[in-house]
Design a protein around this ligand. Structure first.
Ligand code: HEC
Ligand code: HEC
Ligand code: HEC
Ligand code: HEC
Ligand code: HEC
Ligand code: HEC
Ligand code: HEC
Ligand code: HEC
Ligand code: HEC
Length: 471
């Protein structure tokens, strides 16, 4: 297509409405070949034509919901944008030149218009569109959430600059919607580093991705992102932290690196056969119904309620292996973004490995919701200890468990994370052999003690049927 460009000399002229009107009329009739040079950008005639009307600050339309909708598109910003060579009509292909601008079009709201334009990126950015469609944001949009971002929420198509240009962190599109998290991030090690040095440290998308954003606590995506930058982290922790891999599995990095955070133990439902988090089935909400039915007063699940709940979930799973995996985490999304420098990180083993340790005072149970975000229910904290008294939980050690004081002093403890609890039977995967033996001895001793709480018959029974033993 033939193009002409706008020279700086003629720009002031062209900005006048009458000049544009003339141009618009003329353009419809003949192709102008006289290309004027100077500005780097060459707009096509069609684009010029659109800008003739739309490059007017203050051009506004009242929408059906009474919103004012600005129809101004700055030609200057457009010329500086990554879409400068893209025709308006490449995206606005539904515009009918005959009637456009002469008739009032029906637009309910800005959002509905943006939704209608949603398909316009696909033809040129197929990969990003596919990634986005797999994201929690797209799932939320599909679900009717009017606050979840569309492409144009994060990229103004008329002004988009190269994403390689470094801008202040406040320009990240994520900040407009996740304000509290952004504030926390801006003051933490990465935000500070990013502001000071510009590169290297991640912005939101560096840990969560920009398009294929997943529920943050689902899978290992975010942790893998940490370890992809901090390649030597495992090695550096190994110097002082025994069994680092296990600690990394059982503890969210932020639980040690956000020193002022509140912490909690989260027992997550896993499918033992495929090692994925159990997720709420679409359309048939189970979690709330089931937790409410075993915890009618909403006091938090006690030991027995937890068992009967697990049993119900187990009936859904093919091979009867719904398990619990404990993870020590921070209690709020904000606290996950308050990472401090290493001198403030928690290094004291006793912080966790002693009776009544703070992180174990709050316990929750979660399942992945339909979009991956956790659905949560409280658990009474002594469930962690009382699990110990159940016959089937051989070798499970919860911090603060009164029965195994010996190990408090040995620092070798907490098998919480390994608390892979096949429904009625809990298996502790990795135990130091000697611990297991000692626990066994303790257990036998306790059995001889008549004051000891009897194991639930149902549990023991199932365990025999299950036949699993500690691995
Ligand atoms: C890369 C695709 C694309 C190109 C190119 C494009 N637009 Fe848009 N345009 C959109 C999208 C998407 C929206 C809806 C954005 C939103 O959420 O407001 C939009 C909205 C608009 C609106 C409504 C006001 C607004 O800002 O939302 C006007 C007017 C408009 N475009 C005019 C133009 C003109 C004139 C050009 C050429 C100079 C152009 N567009 C080029 C995609 C594009
Ligand atoms: C003659 C002036 C004129 C020209 C030329 C023009 N527009 Fe418009 N445009 C308008 C007016 C006026 C409205 C508001 C219509 C209304 O109130 O519904 C509008 C509305 C829009 C809207 C908002 C959505 C809608 O359909 O109402 C978009 C998007 C848009 N124009 C894009 C373009 C594009 C792209 C071009 C070039 C192909 C273009 N316009 C050319 C005058 C013009
Ligand atoms: C007709 C093709 C076309 C369409 C449709 C289109 N774009 Fe683009 N877009 C481009 C081109 C060409 C570039 C220049 C950079 C490049 O080659 O990737 C670009 C660049 C971008 C960039 C900056 C990329 C970078 O390298 O930093 C973003 C962001 C972007 N487009 C978003 C969108 C969005 C959002 C939509 C839909 C509203 C859209 N684009 C529709 C052609 C298109
Ligand atoms: C939640 C905000 C958000 C949404 C929604 C979003 N993007 Fe992006 N996009 C970003 C950010 C941030 C970057 C730059 C950082 C990055 O890729 O790591 C980016 C980069 C891009 C780039 C350039 C990246 C490259 O590698 O060349 C293109 C093209 C793009 N987006 C297109 C789209 C399209 C098309 C859509 C809709 C399907 C979309 N974006 C939706 C935030 C978003
Ligand atoms: C237009 C608003 C908007 C923008 C922009 C936006 N988000 Fe979101 N995002 C939401 C909404 C709404 C939700 C669902 C409610 C919630 O969890 O806060 C959500 C959810 C999320 C979740 C899942 C939360 C969870 O509990 O696991 C993550 C992660 C996320 N966004 C990251 C980002 C990142 C990274 C960016 C920038 C690349 C971004 N968001 C930009 C609106 C937005
Ligand atoms: C250094 C990596 C990192 C950066 C940078 C980062 N996040 Fe996160 N984000 C995390 C981690 C880790 C979690 C918690 C994951 C979990 O619970 O397993 C999280 C959780 C979230 C959640 C879910 C919060 C909730 O209530 O559960 C949202 C939303 C989110 N981040 C958005 C953002 C936004 C927006 C930014 C940028 C301002 C950002 N993140 C920057 C690592 C990061
Ligand atoms: C049990 C608590 C704990 C956990 C869990 C933990 N860290 Fe650390 N981390 C520390 C302590 C303490 C230091 C400081 C060690 C020192 O200086 O001797 C540290 C240091 C670091 C450093 C700086 C390394 C150096 O020496 O330069 C990085 C980076 C780091 N951790 C990242 C991570 C990541 C990523 C994770 C999660 C995968 C994680 N940490 C999990 C406690 C922890
Ligand atoms: C895009 C790369 C990148 C990602 C992803 C990333 N970091 Fe960092 N991180 C950095 C950079 C750069 C610094 C500042 C320089 C340094 O101290 O190494 C830093 C600093 C740190 C520090 C302070 C180290 C010190 O020496 O005091 C900790 C702790 C840390 N990051 C933890 C994490 C955790 C936890 C995650 C994941 C939730 C993560 N990082 C994700 C790049 C990254
Ligand atoms: C932030 C809390 C926290 C800190 C600090 C901590 N641990 Fe742990 N540790 C845990 C948790 C949770 C587990 C449970 C892992 C599991 O169930 O296997 C664990 C497990 C262990 C295990 C058993 C590993 C295995 O094979 O299953 C040993 C040994 C251990 N910690 C020693 C230490 C020592 C020594 C320190 C101090 C240098 C320390 N821990 C610091 C929370 C912590």
């Amino acid at each position: 297509m033939e193009k002409f460009s706008v020279s700086d000399n003629t720009r002031h002229l062209l900005l006048q409405p009458r000049a544009w009107l003339v141009a618009w009329l003329t353009l419809g009739l003949l192709a102008i070949s006289a290309a004027v040079h100077s500005a780097e950008v060459e707009f096509s005639q069609a684009t010029q034509a659109c800008l003739a009307c739309h490059d007017k600050p203050g051009m506004v339309k009242k929408l059906e919901n009474a919103q004012s909708f600005s129809l101004h598109v700055s030609g200057k910003a457009y010329a500086e944008s990554m879409h400068k060579d893209t025709e308006c009509e490449d995206c606005h292909d539904a515009i009918d030149a005959k009637t456009h601008g002469k008739m009032v079009s029906e637009i309910k709201s800005h959002r509905s218009f943006a939704m209608d334009m949603g398909e316009s990126c696909r033809s040129c950015h197929k990969k990003k569109v596919t990634e986005y469609e797999d994201s929690i944001h797209a799932a939320l949009v599909k679900d009717g959430n009017s606050k979840a971002p569309l492409c144009s929420s994060c990229h103004n198509p008329h002004t988009v600059r190269s994403t390689e240009i470094l801008t202040p962190i406040t320009d990240t599109p994520c900040a407009q919607c996740h304000e509290e998290i952004f504030k926390a991030y801006a003051n933490d090690v990465h935000g500070q580093q990013r502001s000071a040095k510009g590169i290297g440290a991640p912005l939101c998308a560096g840990c969560h991705q920009a398009h294929n954003v997943k529920a943050a606590s689902l899978g290992n995506g975010v942790k893998d992102a940490c370890l992809a930058c901090h390649k030597d982290a495992v090695q550096l922790h190994k110097v002082w932290l025994p069994n680092t891999d296990r600690h990394f599995e059982a503890i969210l990095c932020a639980a040690c690196h956000s020193p002022n955070a509140q912490r909690r133990v989260n027992l997550r439902l896993y499918d033992g056969s495929n090692k994925h988090q159990v997720s709420e089935k679409m359309g048939v909400p189970q979690f709330d119904r089931r937790t409410d039915s075993v915890d009618t007063q909403n006091l938090g699940l006690n030991e027995r309620a937890l068992w009967s709940l697990l049993k119900e979930f187990n009936q859904d799973s093919h091979d009867g292996k719904t398990v619990l995996q404990g993870r020590l985490e921070v209690s709020s999304g904000v606290a996950a973004h308050q990472l401090s420098d290493k001198s403030k990180a928690i290094k004291d083993c006793n912080f966790c490995h002693q009776k009544g340790a703070e992180p174990f005072q709050s316990v929750s149970l979660t399942i992945a919701g339909p979009d991956g975000r956790p659905l949560r229910h409280g658990i009474q904290k002594d469930v962690l200890n009382s699990l110990l008294s159940i016959d089937s939980v051989r070798g499970f050690y919860a911090i603060g468990g009164t029965r195994i004081k010996l190990f408090d002093t040995l620092l070798v403890m907490v098998f919480l994370g390994a608390l892979s609890v096949p429904l009625v039977h809990m298996t502790v995967k990795r135990l130091f052999k000697n611990i297991r033996e000692k626990l066994e001895r303790e257990r036998l001793a306790a059995r001889a003690d008549p004051g000891r709480q009897e194991p639930s018959p149902a549990l023991t029974g199932d365990r025999r049927a299950d036949g699993t033993t500690n691995k």
